[in-house]
Design a protein around this ligand. Sequence first.
Ligand SMILES: Cc1cc2nc3c(=O)[nH]c(=O)nc-3n(C[C@H](O)[C@H](O)[C@H](O)COP(=O)(O)OP(=O)(O)OC[C@H]3O[C@@H](n4cnc5c(N)ncnc54)[C@H](O)[C@@H]3O)c2cc1C
Ligand code: SF4
Length: 542
Amino acid sequence: MAWSIREGVNFGAAIRAARPTAAEVAGRAWVYVPYDQLTAAAGPLAGADPATTGVVMVESAARPRERRYHQRKLALVLANERHFALEVAARGFRVLYLAGEAGFGEQLRGAMSRLEIPRLRVMEPAERGLREELRASGIALDVEPNATWLTTPADFAAALPARPYRMDAFYRYVRRRTGVLMAAGKPVGGRFSFDGENRARWPGDPPAPPRWRCPPDAITREVIELVQTRFGHHPGDLTGFDLPTSEADAEALRAHAREHALPHFGPYEDAMSAAHPQLFHSGLSPLVNLGRILPQRLIDDALATLGEGRMSLASAEGFVRQVLGWREFVRHVHRETDGFRADVTNPLGADVPLPATFWGGAPSGLRCLDTVVADVVREGWSHHITRLMVLCNIATLLGVSPRALTDWFWAMYTDAFDWVVEPNVLGMGTFAVGDLMTTKPYVSGAAYLAKMGDACEGCRFDPTGRDAARACPLTPMYWDFLARSADALAGNERMKLPLASARRRTEGQHASDRRVRLRVLDALARGAVIPADVAAPPRAAG
Ligand SMILES: Cc1cc2nc3c(=O)[nH]c(=O)nc-3n(C[C@H](O)[C@H](O)[C@H](O)COP(=O)(O)OP(=O)(O)OC[C@H]3O[C@@H](n4cnc5c(N)ncnc54)[C@H](O)[C@@H]3O)c2cc1C
Ligand code: SF4
């Protein structure tokens, strides 16, 4: 089935009414709004006159033909694009909405030549992939700075004039430059970061916020049907799809996050709960990355919640650091390194194929991993610590290829776009770019997971290792990781202590650690559940 808009019903009927006549085409300047710039609050549409400005949007089946995307991601993006087109039409803009099999650039080129549109205005796309595609298409574009960001390349260059790139230095610079959480040139509370105060385990109280659901309307249902028909073989499924698709939905979810999640964000930022995967995380990243919610709104919300006395300073600072710090930082690093084209050195030599268990349906027996994989397959989302300390940690301990893991994240998450998924997985999650943007690999054994989450309760393995017959394999795998990475990490200050501890292990322990990893890899390669005694000491003969 070729990708197209169904004429005459739902979206097809509504958007037809906004289509420009030949005279209306000629009398307007045309703005191309890519799939991730769905805002009229910033950029060329902010304050634009519908009598002189028109909007061009494109749906393309080319991307999902080349790369697998979670079905919820496809439905989320397409339904938001369609609703946005109708929202700007309702504000009086004429909308040229294209849909087809060809790529974005090719469809734009075709329409420009057919309708004699000489040039298009566009904000610089966040994704390197789209920037390259538009450049290659040769169409005449007037590219403007992307007004949805909070910082500029000049900020990044001023904060970090040379490699390696460090988020904390960038963040301090941006706090000073923007004045956010600053008073008389000093950070409010006397420190730029309160990270150390934001590491509590969640004891079950305060209760986790209820989930916010947006039932699909007729336009979204049509998109769901289209995705199911055309890309139903992609990961995930669309049963019970309840993601926000309109401006009103996005606002409602933002208000919900402000009311219920923000007040408790900080202390439980690193906590994990098998029963409540979202805990106090806002769940807004998919919408922020589509331009539906501007990052400045998130910062305003955190500052307002702090001002109302409903959020501690440590908590508000922690949230601001995610949005003003990490989010902006990773985007600059991606742009500055041209998407790490020359930087993926994979110093840890990780080259194991991604085990099938990551795609769901073949449980590993590691409850922490199986729980998060099930969440991701179902939702297309999980929070930061599960991404970092469960998925990336376990993949790194196994020695999984960072590229394969990155492609998995890209396929599975509704908020994945090249500028954000690549730095987070290649740079932060797997150390594939060495210390270019983080100081050390983020790895741990079972102790960290048992301390910060509740998945170990009810797991077939014992995280403490006291019950040797069912000791958790992640701890010996952690020791094995340190032993096999010792040379690559030798000069790393922050790894000195763990490497020294690993050196104190006996040859026999090293051999046993290595054997555990190989047995785990063997089970996963066969699609089998890891045996409960995989890390048990070998039984004495006789
Ligand atoms: C291995 C790995 C892969 C990741 N892949 C992605 C990805 O594909 N897309 C994505 O948007 N985020 C990614 N992140 C960052 C982070 O995990 C998500 O932004 C966050 O979990 C989104 O959930 P939330 O909206 O509830 O965030 P909250 O915890 O409520 O945080 C608020 C906001 O801060 C921003 N933010 C926080 N951390 C980061 C970060 N490291 N990079 C960019 N933005 C950040 C997000 O916009 C988020 O909405 C990844 C992190 C890791 C460790
Ligand atoms: S015991 Fe080990 S495998 Fe099981 S949930 Fe805990 S850390 Fe994960």
